[in-house]
Each structure stands twice: as structure tokens, then as C-alpha cells.
Design a protein around this ligand. Sequence first.
Ligand SMILES: [Fe+2]
Length: 160
Amino acid sequence: MEMNIGMPKDVVKPSVTILNNLLADQFVLLAKTWNFHWNVKGPSFGTYHAFLEKLYDQLFEMIDSTAERIRSIDGRPIGSLHGYLDHTRVKEQDDHQDLPAAFDMLKILLADYEKVICEVRKDLADLESKNPLDEGTISYLQNFIEEFEKTCWMIRAHIE
Ligand SMILES: [Fe+2]
């Protein structure tokens, strides 16, 4: 059934693209964070292992929300790992390379999380100017930025 929410389907296209790029970033961050949770070592193992679990739990929830926001405006969320790799702006952890030390894992994740915030900030400015009608996606992205900024503070606090 056609949606009837005061926004024609072609108007939401840029929003779907922006949300799918975010979904791809979140999926790659999930894999990377989970991988670090499994492989972290050192005297503070318990702290890092538990903290990384908190991070991937948050990403897991966010992924579902982002995909469902896409569905709410009748878009199709990317549903393949191949698709995520095509769209993400985050670099995966290469399995052929040595794993970073615990402290460096957090530094790498912080840089990635901050990069995603910067990308979404640019996307948001673009959306606000081109498609102010899509208030739902604008507020979704604003909330994402706020939530992720808090996460970045927590990662930063572990490595300062
Ligand atoms: Fe676990």
C-alpha cells in the first residue's frame, strides 16, 4: 500500500540513501567492536571486554532502529554484508593484520565513531537544506549524533 504521510516517495530518496550509509557504518562498527571484544588482551581485560560489549550492544540496537526508520519512509534497508561494505565510510579490521593492543583498539574505535558523527553531521546539514519536510529523519539523525557523542566521551575517558 502506498504511504500517505505528506511526503512523496521521490522526496524521501535522499533520506533513504543517508540512512543506508549510516546503517552500513553501524554494521561495520558492530563487526569491528565485537572482534575487539573477543580478542582484547592484557591486565585490564575485564574492563575492556565489558566496555566493548556495552558498545556493540548499543550498535545492535541502533542498527535495528536505523533499518526501521528506513522502512518507516518506505525505503529498503541494505540487508547484505556485501552491501554494507559497499556503502560504509569506516575501514574494516583486516584479519590478515596483527590485532592492535587493548589501548589502541579503543583509539581506533574512537576515530571511527568520530568519523561517523562527522559524516552524519554533513548529511544532516544537506538534508535540512534539501528536504526539510522529512522531520522524522532529521530528528532521528540529530538523536543519533547526541547518543554517539556520549559514547565517544566514554571511549575518550578510557584512554585519557
Ligand atoms: Fe561476549
